[in-house]
Design a protein. Sequence first.
Lengths: 744, 361
Amino acid sequence: MSPNSSSSAADDLADEAASLDGYFSDAPLEPRPRYPPIDESFDRCVVISNLPKVPEAKYDKLAKVVQKLVSRIGNLASYDGGGGASSSSSSSDAAAAADPDGSFAGFFMPKSADDGVTAGCAFVEYESAGDARKAIEVLEGYKFDKNHSLRVTPHERASYLSTVTEGEFRMPEPEPFKERPNTMTWLEDSCQRDQFAIRQGKETAVYWSDGRSEPVVDYDGAREKKAGVNWCDYYVQWSPKGSYFATLVPNKGVILWGGKGFEKLGRFAAPGVNFVVFSPQENYMVTSNNNRKDPHAIKVWSIQSGTCLRTFPLYPKDFLDPNESEALEGGVPPPPFQWSHDDKYLARMGKDLISIFETPSMKLLDQRSLAADGIHEFQFSPKANVIAYWAPEHKNQPAHVDLIELPSRKQLRQKNLFNVTKCSMVWQESGEYLGVKVTRHTKSKKTLYNNLELFRVNEPGVPVEMLDVKDAVMSFAWEPQGSRFAIIHAENPSSTKVNVTFYDMYKTIELEKKKGKKGGGKERQIVAEVNLVETLEGKQCNCIFWSPAGRTVILAALGDSASGTLEFYDVDSKTLVIKEHYRANQVLWDPSGRTVATTVSQPIGGGHFKFAMDNGYVLWTFQGKQLAQASFEAFYQFAWRPRERLTSKEEIAIIAKNIKKYEKQFNAFDEAKKRKLRLQETKGKRKSRAEFRAVMARLGEWRARQKQERMELLGGYDSEDEENFTTKEITIETVLNTKEDLVY
Amino acid sequence: MRPILLKGHERSITVVKFNFDGDLLFTASKDHVPSVWRSENGERLGTFNGHKGTVWDLDCCRFSRRLITASADASAKLWDCETGECIKTFTHSGPVRGAAWADGSNMFATISDPFVEHNARISVYDVPENDDPSTYADGPRLEIEFPKIDGKRVNATNIVWLNLNEALFVTFDNGSIRLYDPVTGEELDEFFPHEKKINRVRFNRNKTLFITSSADFTAKLYDVVDLLHLKTYKTDRPVNDAVISETKDHILLGGGQEAMSVTTTSGKVGKFETRFFHLVYEEEFGTVKGHFGPINALDINPNGRCYASGAEDGYIRLHYFDKSYLDMKDPVPEETVDGEDDVDDDDEEGKDDEESDDESD
């Protein structure tokens, strides 16, 4: 526009205004007219890319599928051709391209003008911005088919990307390789010692324990103390193979330590974290902050890279009854995540399903959860990708225990149970057996009784044996690596005297040899049949702790009302040793089964005063001999460093065969060590004695200098002068009794 | 050997003390009547009647002629040991916690608790032995008040005169120890050996070492001259009293759970034993059981042949040591001439049970 014309236009306007003077007012209109707000944002629009590229013939089919997919998230915006004027320009453009009549259904998939092949992308507009955000969250990375996983981008981001000019791609410099400390060094200890960590007061320390003498400090956070901080203020945790030592920093996250001298290996930001679950192969880690309001309460991390793979809310969707959830604040514990033994899967129970996630993508396995109607609890097998779960009676279906194989989802075994009140499942450590303790009620539902369902998982067809126990069963524990188990039972669950019974999954029967053969004698045969080994009656215990090496078992009375009695029982030789650790609340075996720790600990952050007394731990040998004892004002945690079982059964057998040879070596070594230690101790004691004597000599001298003055104070009397002491010997004869006898 | 049970007190024992020569044992309890016993056989020689409250502390002079007692009836009394007569009563502004003779036994000092508007204080009285008791002043020669710290009242728990009456040595319930000039009342020094209340402080006979017993589960040994921390003896219960043996390098230590929580645990595990520690190596090597309440007071006879313990259960047990204890040698052999020598491997075997076989009844 030229300045000329603009001035003439201004003149016209001025004339017009003059003629209309008096008709217009500058006062605001009352009431104000209401205009619909103009929506200028594109936040209801998303761009989906990485769609398959299809020829024109398949266009409709693809469009239909994609449309169906996107409309599941929320309603799509739609505009008529006539009303198109109100829609934003981009969608009207798109609409114009989509339909000649100008109407738009919120979905548009462009195709090439030349050959009609789709461009592999689509524009979607939702009715609300919320739906668009949800679409991004849900559909991003969605596996559309084998080769296409979708990318969903907000429209604004997409239009920004289209303006970015293509530069030349330069490979980023790979980070220089930094060798991570060897986390296995502690296993190379020349004395084959085990480690444990303790948390007490403000102290955190890792000790060596050789199963014979007092524990020795390996690392006690000296580096951190130098820097003026505590190594850890909250709980600590070992990873399942002992490579990592995790310290929890509640308002920050988790720090992993490892290698010689416990170097910092990684930091994981997880505010409010209060527990950690490591995967069995130590590749991943799950942290949780137990905050039900936080949509990212649970985080899954890759330990090596330090990246967060996925987050979850504390409870799965629909898990809590919406009516009850508020009232039950903290009442229902969130279902825990469980790792499969090989780190391949991570599973969590939901309502009527188990969600199984694959690593490392953290996507649902086969994009669907495992349906498990009425599921109450599930457990991964410790050695195979098998899930065991049980569900109570539900909609005319009996209660059942199922074994499901992954990833095929094949049902290996299902066992129906009736009149079930409660079940609890216990896997044997090597995954060979599954024991299910079933609490059943009579028809009247008044009395409860127990039986045990024992699954032989490794045998074809998974045979199940039922063991009827008339009594109430309080505890059930498998012998690790063995075929035996122990139960605590009593007629009345509240009685103080209980019985402990040992069973074996195999029975050895002796058969008479057939007459025809020479030698007669007996032949042994091992049959797969549950077999009662022994019952110990009238015990006072409530927990069973098998040694990791098997054979030895500790029957302990733990908890408030109990006395802390510890009974070390050797199941093979039937020897019993009774000890006591008053108020003990934990029994922890070291990974080798040589040493066992009993502790009295209190929760961090205080608790009831009754937890605050007698804090400390005691170390015992597996035979019940006390090795060491330590007391602390506030003792929070004791944790043995786990380690992997590296020797096979065959190797152990060879070692057992040559035990004599090894024994000599070890004994000589022990003797030398003991002697060295003793010499060292004596030396130290002599030194401190010499120092103390020097102090005393100095003090004596000082006192001697005061002698004159002191004597003056005492009126000239010298306490140290022997002349002032006289010794008198007094003999007192007392006639106790006299008796006269007549002598004939 | 079977301990001699001194039956006579009706309530918890607060203090037991041998006199300088070790032939008498003075005891006080919450039943208002301090007693004196013959330490050789446990015979009660007499009582000191007159207090109307718990007797918290007592001290007998060097030559066992006069006794002072500190009582919760807000008075300290001066007694004639031989007759058991009260020579004079000194009234205080609050319950009297501790009393101590000065060297020379011509003056003594007391500490009293805060009461209503009165602060805790030290009072020093002159009671020359050669003067007529009627000439003794009613009031103290010197008073040292303990002002409140951050608005909180402080309580003194023990008082002792240092050698040659150079300073008054006072322990407090906040874990601190202060030294005061007994002439001017000036504070000379303050230090914090403990984080919690110091229950008792005991000196060796020469007053060159002292040991503090604290509610923080430890007892600590210091030297008097430089106030240097020498040793720490750790236990798992509050320590109420610890004494240094005169004849051996041993520490006797008594304590137990606080009286208020005794009823919540069984006597079996209340840890009411007397514990024996090695003075230098800080190692516990034996225990003597017997009491069924926390031990409040301990003393070992200066001749090293017996010790007495008084407990919350109201009993005083007078233990004569077995020969095995009296013959006990330092667990670490003396160095031989060539220095680096062999250590006898069996030398320490069985020593742990040395004392613990004293039976209980």
